[in-house]
Ligand binder design. Structure first.
Ligand SMILES: *Cc1c(COP(=O)(O)O)cnc(C)c1O
Length: 378
């Protein structure tokens, strides 16, 4: 079956009742016939039938064997980091998601796990950063908010050669547009809060692997530390996933048109979109992705926070909100919102200028979107 068919039917009718929509098993525990004799479920932290459906769905979509659902993207990230021990080192892309940067540099740093943040768009930098302590290489491609592209397949070969695991946060593209496991990644991370659920109404996070030993370790940490996704939020995310291919197609079409519009606007300085021929790693993106997605960033010729704020408060369809991947178009200002906790030097080094504006282009009519950008820029 093709992806669009498979995904619509990703939740199977309930075996017990035939319910076409996966039931929300809102229960904490399950009655047992005798001690340890049960129908496969004992306690919802360990397993829940609604969560199981969404976990199997994400594993299938990401070409893995096991999926794990968490209460947020950061809970999923935290579960991966708990594979580490004191003295281990993480090599991460330098404009990694702000929350990932924060957990690495505060909580895990305090526990004796160090991180290096480098520009992974050039494989030489990755080679130079690796040491005998490197356990993880942590990528996002494209990154947030400057849409940098790293060569996942090349970096995965490098990771294997030094015995490190490659972790790819695939939130920005979703499994419909990129499958890191196929490119050699060991663990895929998702914030399901974004494109997977797609409607700005739920927080969720996922991990996918295909190595049985890694699956067992993550399952152990998930159950032991307990950051699991609730039955209702599992159901909401599952419902979102059913329209994912349709939405990603429209996000990508609109994203490209918005990027092309911005490139030609006199007040706009730089435009960051992997679908533009002028993007530094356009060819790599075209190879490893199925389309270019809905995230577009740009800076203004008047590179000031004031000019950015002026724009951000004038858009009418693009809503000013700290999220992405919503069906609605959203706009944000990384410097004062998502990257507030990133130190200025780190921020500047990864190209996050004062006027940088990030758009999460929604699925509205493209003419309305362009009109809104035009009036806000004028
Ligand atoms: C939002 C986001 C996260 C964190 O997810 P939450 O669901 O907000 O905890 C991680 N990585 C990326 C790329 C994100 O955009």
């Amino acid at each position: 079956m093709k992806l669009e068919t498979k995904i619509v039917h990703i939740s199977k009718p309930d075996e017990l009742t035939g319910a076409i929509s996966t039931p929300i098993y809102q229960t904490s525990s399950y009655v047992q016939e005798a001690p340890d004799v049960n129908k496969g479920f004992a306690y919802t932290r360990t397993g829940n039938p609604t969560r199981k459906v969404v976990e199997e769905a994400i594993a299938e979509l990401e070409m893995g064997t096991n999926g794990f659902a968490f209460a947020s993207g950061l809970a999923a990230t935290d579960c991966v980091l708990k594979l580490l021990k004191q003295g281990d080192e993480v090599v991460a892309v330098n404009d990694v998601y702000g929350g990932t940067y924060r957990v690495l540099t505060t909580i895990y740093n305090r526990l004796g796990i160090t991180s290096k943040f480098i520009d992974t768009t050039d494989i030489e930098n990755v080679k130079n950063a690796i040491s005998s302590k490197t356990r993880f290489i942590w990528l996002e491609s494209p990154t947030n908010p400057t849409l940098k592209i790293s060569d996942i397949a090349e970096i995965s070969k490098l990771a294997k050669s030094v015995g490190a695991l490659l972790i790819v946060d695939n939130t920005f593209l979703s499994p419909v547009l990129q499958n890191p496991i196929e490119l050699g990644a060991d663990i895929v991370v998702h914030s399901g809060t974004k494109y997977l659920s797609g409607h700005g109404d739920v927080l969720s996070g996922f991990l996918v692997v295909k190595d049985p030993k890694l699956a067992e370790e993550l399952k152990y940490i998930q159950n032991t530390t307990g950051g699991v996704l609730s039955p209702f939020d599992s159901w909401l995310t599952l419902r979102g996933i059913q329209t994912l291919p349709l939405r990603m197609k429209k996000h990508s079409e609109n994203g490209l048109k918005v990027a092309e519009f911005l490139v030609n606007h006199p007040k706009v300085d730089k435009v960051y979109y992997p679908g533009l021929k002028g993007h530094k790693n356009h060819e790599i993106a075209a190879n490893q992705q199925k389309a270019f997605g809905g995230m577009v960033s740009f800076s203004l010729k008047d590179d000031t926070i004031a000019a950015a704020t002026d724009f951000l408060t004038r858009t009418k369809i693009f809503l000013l909100a700290e999220n992405l991947g919503d069906v609605r178009s959203l706009v944000s200002h990384p410097v004062s919102m998502t990257h507030k906790s990133t130190p200025i030097e780190v921020r500047k080094a990864s190209g996050i200028q004062d006027s940088l504006i990030r758009l999460s282009v929604g699925i509205e009519d493209i003419e309305d979107l362009l009109e809104d950008l035009k009036q806000a820029l004028s």
